[in-house]
Design a protein around this ligand. Sequence first.
Ligand code: PNS
Length: 159
Amino acid sequence: MARAIYPGSFDPVTKGHLDIIKRSSKIMEQVTVAVLENPRKVATYNIEERVKMLMIVTDPYPNVKVDYYKGLLIDYAKNNNINIVIKGLRAMSDFEFEFQMALVNQKLSPSIETLFMMTNNKYSFLSSSIVKEIASLGGDIRSLVPPEVHEIIIGKYQT
Ligand code: PNS
């Protein structure tokens, strides 16, 4: 079995992300969920909050660890002896961008493979941006985010 990285912004983690984490943890020896600390993108939740939420929701899975990285994904992967990148695909609209990223990563590091995992169709509409949009307008996001982090997520939108 292989060691994998599941990278993303996770701003914040959703039930769709957690579904990919659970399913990949069953087929990989170890899965590192890695949050990109991107100085060029303004996040709603800071890096500590995003890592903390991921640590809470992945606690039941002993072969899943959470970390963050700056810079190139493949550099983090190489430095941590990881040879598989897991990406979730929700719809054809995700494909073009993910395909480009996979090809760039393959060019930069041919020994690292990208594997795409289809979303559970229950979550094909779901994204962190949708969660934030609904929460900011006072809607109920309980069916969209793991219950353990619901309070932390809505905390940003309560006055
Ligand atoms: O959740 P996101 O924002 O779609 O995740 C995108 C992410 C973080 C996986 C991707 O942007 C990334 O790994 N960036 C790090 C920089 C990098 O490696 N770029 C080369 C691939 S184009």
